[in-house]
Design a protein. Structure first.
Length: 632
């Protein structure tokens, strides 16, 4: 989904703009107490100050932030701090990926659920104090919970189970069923108890507590009327909560969210890729975002880190807005994994790896998707559709996801083939556990050290030396750094390249139109021989242009079907260079311009559709991204 907690004014893949209004603030806020020195004490103090049960405050925070403050930086849902207090974000991204550039959306359409400002008013602070201070953030969240309790029950209940509706309202979801599902998760956390050590080294504990919820209606009664049977293999804990699909502007059938009806198999649109994402926020918030039609984003599945619990939100036959590239969207299934890329292993649990692998195997078998790194890809392998969007594409799941282990769980391990060593096609595969390069994180800024941890890539240099500059990708001018989010100078586990030269323990490959060097010690290699088809320009031809999509040429569109622009990216394949192909495919397009489903009948009608398969194209890994070129 997203690649970081904030990125200034670059593209944002999903936003939280929800429609539960807030009541008038309390007449007077309780006086602030002296600030405690530990998170545990902060929660206890704020709970006592505002009359909120300590277990409620802790469990709400855990489900929204994992008790992480993230240095005051916002999440993808524009939420701040331990209590995830929300403000309106500045940009809405084109996760659908069918336009050349992302566009700001008229945010005035969204009913406000900007809890940051309300919470600040309730405790007599300004917004910046609640962003900056963990304690003030917790106090603001406690004050909001107290207000919601008064609004829903008429007071501050002494019975913990009677806080259910206040907790549901705190979720911010405009969908009653989703809001109450959040409340269910909060109460499950209270019953189970939690102990968690934050990234700052503090340990917070919520002791398990028996509690009986008092709620007026069941969650299932509040969910939209539709088939709720998830598409999951046996043995996994799965449920179906539909992503939002509705008109956002009355009278404008083109302004709708958050996915397209497609009936892909019936319309000849093969599903050939599975795109692996991380949410850059919590499991519950991702579900809330996809349930909000104003977010214009979705994924087919979301997986929880702690236990591998799965929520399906879009049918696999339909097109989710997930990859920021319309061609990839119409040919892929997107799976979101709860996590934050820069925090790596703190989120990518074994339970999540195994649940995800089992789901991916099931989907690959259903749709005949090859189990290799050419078809099981990360969001960081998906190109933008134009110069502008490519530069801002995402880098999740990032450098700390264990692709080698994941492919092993899929039954398709990336293994060394001794008889192929020395060949010119190489497959990247560093030993994950011992591969711990020095990196920094600058997204969000300011730049800071990233703890050394297992990583899935090798750095690329401009010369065969550790002292040589990192490769400067033409799509990221001024890059060439050891930043974790700099995807332009990293070759990742499972990718294949043409080896053009070797010097001692160093190998050179063609990468993004340049010659790039990586350390490949003969005593402990990080790349091995591989097989594949190699593409290279003819000597009598100009450099080959490279695209982020594989749409047909304009002359090949049927009459009346709008032509999708084919905009070359920042790369070319110069004469003399070679790249390893991953697919030979046909260019096509699926056209879904308007909302076509009766919102009162989830099963009655079908989308308008058009597709054409015309010019042959070649897909290859020109850099870390997947690119397309026209066959010569």
């Amino acid at each position: 989904m997203r690649r970081h907690w904030v990125r200034g004014l670059t593209l944002v893949a999903c936003v939280l703009l929800v429609g539960i209004g807030l009541s008038t603030p309390l007449a007077a806020a309780p006086a602030a107490q002296s600030e405690p020195t530990s998170l545990q004490a902060m929660f206890a103090s704020a709970a006592k100050e505002f009359g909120v049960p300590d277990s409620i405050l802790l469990a709400v925070s855990y489900n929204l932030s994992r008790w992480e403050h993230h240095a005051g930086q916002p999440s993808t849902g524009a939420g701040y701090g331990l209590m995830h207090l929300t403000a309106t974000p500045s940009l809405v991204a084109d996760a659908k990926g069918d336009r050349d550039i992302a566009a700001t959306h008229p945010l005035a359409k969204a009913a406000n659920h900007q809890t940051l400002a309300t919470a600040a008013t309730l405790i007599g602070q300004d917004d910046e104090a609640l962003k900056r201070s963990p304690y003030q953030n917790i106090r603001g969240g406690a004050a909001l919970l107290a207000q919601y309790a008064r609004e829903t029950t008429g007071g501050l209940p002494s019975n913990i189970g009677a806080w259910y509706e206040a907790v549901a309202k705190f979720s911010g979801s405009p969908t009653v069923g989703v809001a109450r599902d959040f409340a269910n998760e909060v109460y499950a956390t209270i019953r189970e108890g939690k102990t968690y050590t934050t990234s700052s080294g503090e340990t917070v504990t919520l002791l398990p507590q028996a509690v009986t919820v008092t709620a007026p209606t069941s969650v299932d009664d509040q969910l939209p009327t539709t088939d709720t049977t998830p598409e999951c293999p046996a043995g996994l804990t799965c449920r179906f909560i539909p992503a939002a699909y509705q008109i956002n502007t009355p009278g404008d059938p083109s302004d709708y969210g958050n996915y397209d009806l497609a009936e892909r198999e019936a319309n000849g649109l093969d599903i050939r890729y599975i795109v692996i994402h991380d949410t850059e926020t919590t499991y519950q918030e991702a579900i809330d975002i996809f349930s909000n039609p104003l977010s214009y984003v979705s994924a087919h599945y979301v997986i929880r880190a702690s236990d591998g619990d799965i929520t399906q939100m879009v049918r696999t036959k339909d097109v989710a807005y997930q990859a920021g590239n319309w061609f990839v969207n119409i040919h892929s299934i997107g799976i979101e994994h709860e996590g934050v890329a820069i925090d790596g292993a703190a989120w990518y649990s074994e339970a999540m790896y195994r649940a995800s692998a089992k789901l991916t195997r099931y989907l690959a078998n259903k749709y005949n998707i090859p189990l290799d790194r050419a078809h099981i890809v990360g969001h960081d392998n998906v190109p933008g559709v134009s110069l502008a969007t490519h530069t801002g594409q995402h880098w999740d799941p990032g450098p700390f996801g264990d692709w080698a282990h994941y492919m092993e769980l899929l039954g398709a391990p990336i293994v060394a083939v001794p008889e192929l060593r020395g060949r010119n096609i190489v497959t990247i595969r560093p030993t994950f556990a011992s591969n711990k390069p020095v990196m920094i994180g600058c997204d969000p800024g300011p730049c800071h050290d990233v703890p050394r941890q297992p990583s899935n890539f090798v750095f690329l240099h401009t010369a065969p030396s550790d002292d040589a500059p990192f490769l400067d990708d033409p799509a990221l001018p001024g890059a060439g750094t050891n930043r974790a989010e700099d995807w332009g100078d990293k070759a990742v586990t499972g990718q294949r390249f043409w080896r053009v030269e070797s010097q001692g323990d160093w190998d050179a490959i063609f990468f993004g139109g340049q010659k790039a060097w990586f350390r490949n010690p003969r005593s402990a290699p990080v790349a091995f021989g591989g097989v594949g088809t190699v593409v290279s320009p003819r000597a009598d031809k100009a450099p080959i242009q490279v695209f982020g999509t594989a749409y047909p040429a304009a002359s090949e569109y049927p009459p009346g079907l709008p032509v999708r622009a084919l905009n070359p990216l920042q790369y070319t394949i110069p004469v003399g260079q070679a790249y390893v192909t991953t697919d030979y495919i046909s260019a096509d397009v699926y056209y879904a311009p308007t909302f076509t489903l009766d919102p009162n009948d989830h099963l009655s009608s079908r989308a308008r559709r058009s597709s054409t398969r015309l010019s042959s194209t070649t897909a290859l890994c020109l850099s870390r991204r997947r690119m397309w070129m026209w066959c010569m």
